[in-house]
Design a protein around this ligand. Structure first.
Ligand code: NAD
Length: 298
């Protein structure tokens, strides 16, 4: 079985000082990639900053014989995002892979959530992915690069107490699908993961006995595969963790059509058919979905 290699490739991994990002960085470096280890070094809630976590991961990579550089930029600011990309260009001269992974939590029920918790979480996950990808995009277009965004089952399926986080994480799915469409011509492929792993982010949520089975090393293989030049697909979302991996998709049911127009009562009287989930259709893009609507009307 041939090993997937990343020799000559340059990868940026945001939030790579701990948890999943750290593991992605170690694995990509062990397979030949030159890695920019970005981490702001704050706590789980985004308070504080330290260059130590990124530097420690770089030291580990170098000790193992790999190449890496640390960056302490904040993904949520334009200066931080620019510094991450500049670090890659100044040190390694190109960018082939971007893994948007940095994240924080500020969980609160919607009744209690304030603008501060909303803004902080949206800023790191959603604005951060936008800013770093925007700064890296010209380089990714040049290299026909790969982007991996980090969504979450909490965004895809919803989670009590995480209106801010789940909004950001579902937002990243739309971001992934649209960038996949816009990157296609240049050969840029953009996918997303919805991981499940035992990290400082989930240590209070998952039973401790699952810590080993849900190790970060069970998520990283997917990220590394999605970062490879041979990855077959773009614009897709995969859940991964504990040895399990599956595609997650948005589907549309068969629905109900009345060509001369719908009334409120039509909707009430056909609710079962409107709510049917089988057979379903999965559309590659909005064009396919609108075409289906036009065909139903024809
Ligand atoms: P983690 O806390 O161990 O790692 C997140 C890293 O991001 C930290 O090292 C942190 O310092 C860094 N970071 C935070 N804000 C930053 C900023 N503004 N700029 C740069 N770096 C910043 O948690 P993790 O579980 O490894 O999470 C990694 C990603 O995976 C996150 O996006 C998280 O939402 C997502 N995720 C994790 C799980 C899980 O089960 N662990 C599930 C779904 C999604």
């Amino acid at each position: 079985m041939s090993e997937l290699r990343y020799d000559g490739k340059v990868a940026i991994i945001t939030g790579a000082g701990h948890g999943l990002g750290r593991q992605h960085a170690l694995e990509l470096a062990s397979r030949g990639a030159k890695v920019v280890v970005n981490d702001l070094g704050g706590d789980l809630h985004g308070e504080g900053a330290s260059t130590s976590p990124a530097q420690e991961v770089v030291a580990e990579i170098v000790k193992n014989g790999g190449e890496a550089v640390a960056n302490g930029g904040n993904v949520a600011t334009e200066e931080g995002a620019a510094s991450i990309v500049q670090t890659a260009i100044d040190t390694f001269g190109r960018i082939d892979i971007l893994i948007n992974n940095a994240g924080i939590l500020r969980d609160k029920s919607f009744k209690n959530i304030g603008t501060a918790e909303w803004d902080a979480v949206i800023a790191v996950h959603l604005r951060g992915a936008f800013l770093v990808t925007k700064a890296a995009w010209p380089h990714l277009v040049e290299s026909a690069g790969r982007v991996v965004n980090t969504s979450s089952p909490a965004g895809l399926f919803g989670n009590f107490g995480q209106a801010n986080y789940s909004t950001a994480k579902m937002g990243l799915v739309g971001f992934t699908r649209t960038l996949a469409a816009e990157g296609k011509k240049a050969g840029v492929k953009v996918n997303a993961i919805a991981p499940v792993a035992y990290t400082r982010m989930t240590a209070d949520l998952f039973p401790a006995e699952f810590a080993e089975k849900l190790g970060v090393e069970q998520v990283t293989p997917l990220v590394v595969f999605l970062a490879h030049e041979s990855v077959p697909d773009s614009g897709q979302v995969y859940t991964v963790g504990g040895g399990h991996i599956a595609k997650i998709f948005v589907a549309e049911g068969p629905g109900f059509t009345k060509k001369d127009g719908l009334s409120v009562e039509d909707i009430r009287d056909n609710w079962d058919q409107i709510s049917a989930q089988d057979p379903f259709a999965i559309y590659a893009n909005i064009g396919e979905q609108t075409t289906a609507t036009f065909q139903a009307l024809a």
